[in-house]
Design a protein around this ligand. Structure first.
Ligand code: ZN
Length: 105
């Protein structure tokens, strides 16, 4: 997978690799974070698959689950698209806001 995780103790950003288990700077244990990141990533994969098969509600559901694990812009973007496809404009607006807040950070 690709992606980055932020060390909870020193805020160093590490690229996710197969053998990453501790922060290179402060040696804080990153394994639990990594598990969450992997799970969030697999939910994004599922959501993308649902998008390509037109299963919008499931895509929205998977993207929401991914987002609840980890605030990744990809999850918010998929949720935004899926909400529009579901004709749920209120939901789409919330995801649009979430994306905006990410960009502003
Ligand atoms: Zn660290």
């Amino acid at each position: 997978m690709d992606g980055e995780i932020e060390c909870p103790s020193c805020r160093r950003i590490s690229l996710v690799t197969d053998d990453l288990d501790a922060c290179p700077r402060c040696e804080c244990d990153l394994e639990q974070l990594l598990q969450i990141a992997l799970l969030a990533h697999s939910k994004i994969d599922q959501a993308l698959r649902c998008l390509t098969t037109g299963n919008w509600e499931q895509a929205l559901h998977d993207a929401e689950e991914s987002w609840s694990l980890r605030h990744d812009a990809r999850a918010a973007r998929i949720a935004f698209l899926a909400a529009i496809a579901c004709d749920d404009l209120a939901e789409a607006r919330e995801w649009d806001n979430a994306l905006h807040q990410m960009v502003e950070k």
